[in-house]
Ligand binder design. Structure first.
Ligand SMILES: CC(C)(COP(=O)(O)OP(=O)(O)OC[C@H]1O[C@@H](n2cnc3c(N)ncnc32)[C@H](O)[C@@H]1OP(=O)(O)O)[C@@H](O)C(=O)NCCC(=O)NCCS
Length: 326
């Protein structure tokens, strides 16, 4: 059976925040952010927008794109590090919001920026065992849970939701191969600790300003990102019996322009074949890969017959890659 993407959908917060605005909150500049990250602006969720509403918006767009109804969905996998509420998971809230049947739903919580592709990996195997129309959503509203006083992290991220429906396909959109992996020994280089059972949230964390701090060893993350995304890309190509030269478009996780350039260089992929939109959205976590793929398709960068390589890395340390034949 051929399994692949039946459709894509995106939902973006209305508010666009340019780099300059960050200098109101922290000691930074547009120049620093552009030079070190390539980011120029990002979306920030407003009071009416949240993880569940953005996820639902992306899901509805993906349903429209596939000419399907909510009742046609058979499972929902939602990847996020910024859930609507602590418990239950956001997928349950989205299921109700969409008006689905009582289908199974679950979050890949804390899956970081690799969460969407991990979800695609699971969805493909679920479709192979009989499910149809599995909705996979990547969504983050990180602006609401991060510190706006920590310049090391706050300038990097943006809010967004993007979704795909995975199901049986007749050729176009087929997932030829997908790979995923985790190195849990690197869990400490990127994440958010306060609020878990190891360090339950308390008033002392508000006093110390730690309560919303993201832990990030930027240089270590950078090195791991380049190594792991390059290796995952090579592995998925090998598994599908394809070569780098066969790839028409490379759509990596949009974390940082320098990381993207470095991965492309390691793979010896010319930049004309790399899709880049980090300048407009920043790092949108698990929404990043499906958002970039959706935008590339909307701009006519994905045509019938194209071989599209997706890869991502994130907190965990998780990585994943998928190869799509359009
Ligand atoms: C975070 C990152 C952009 C920093 O770039 P870098 O070139 O490694 O910068 P450095 O770590 O050398 O820091 C340089 C200086 O800039 C400062 N700095 C950090 N953020 C800043 C900001 N927003 N504005 C101005 N200065 C900043 C640092 O404090 C440091 O100052 P110091 O030398 O006085 O201590 C880069 O390491 C990176 O992109 N890492 C990966 C992060 C990532 O992708 N995370 C998400 C993964 S899903």
């Amino acid at each position: 059976m051929r399994v692949g993407f039946l459709s894509l959908g995106v939902c973006l917060p209305k508010r666009i925040m340019a780099n300059d605005e960050w200098s109101r909150y922290v000691d930074t500049s547009d120049e620093w952010i552009r030079e070190r990250t390539g980011i120029e602006r990002r979306r920030i969720a407003g009071p009416e927008e949240g993880t569940a509403t953005l996820a639902e918006g992306a899901a509805r767009a993906a349903l429209d794109d596939a000419s399907l109804q909510a009742a046609d969905l058979e499972e929902i996998i939602l990847a996020t590090d910024t859930p609507e509420v602590y418990s239950p998971d956001t997928a349950a809230i989205v299921q109700h919001g969409l008006g689905c049947r009582e289908i199974p739903t679950y979050d890949l919580a804390g899956s970081g920026c690799a969460g969407f592709l991990q979800g695609v990996d699971i969805a493909c195997s679920r479709v192979r065992t009989g499910r149809r129309n599995v909705l996979v959503i990547g969504v983050e509203v990180i602006s609401r849970i991060m510190s706006w006083q920590d310049r090391n992290t706050c300038v990097l991220f943006g809010d967004a939701a993007a979704a795909a429906i995975v199901g049986p396909v007749n050729g176009a959109g087929e997932v030829l191969a997908v790979v995923a992996g985790t190195e849990g020994g690197k869990a400490g280089i990127l994440g958010k600790e306060i609020g878990g059972t190891r360090r339950p949230f308390g008033p002392e964390h508000v006093a110390s300003g730690e309560y919303n701090r993201l832990i990030m060893n930027g240089r270590e993350v950078y090195k791991e990102a380049v190594t792991r995304m390059t290796a995952a890309a090579r592995e998925v190509l090998d598994r599908a019996g394809k070569r780098v030269e066969d790839v028409t478009l490379f759509v990596p996780h949009q974390a940082n322009l320098r990381i993207l350039h470095s991965v492309a260089e390691h793979l010896q992929l010319p930049l004309e074949r790399v899709y880049i939109n980090v300048q407009d959205y920043g790092n949108t976590g698990s929404a990043s890969v499906p958002l970039a793929l959706w935008e590339a398709r909307a701009k006519g960068r994905v045509r019938p017959g194209d071989l599209v390589l997706l890869t991502a890395f994130g907190a965990g340390f998780h990585w994943a890659a998928a190869l799509i034949q359009y």
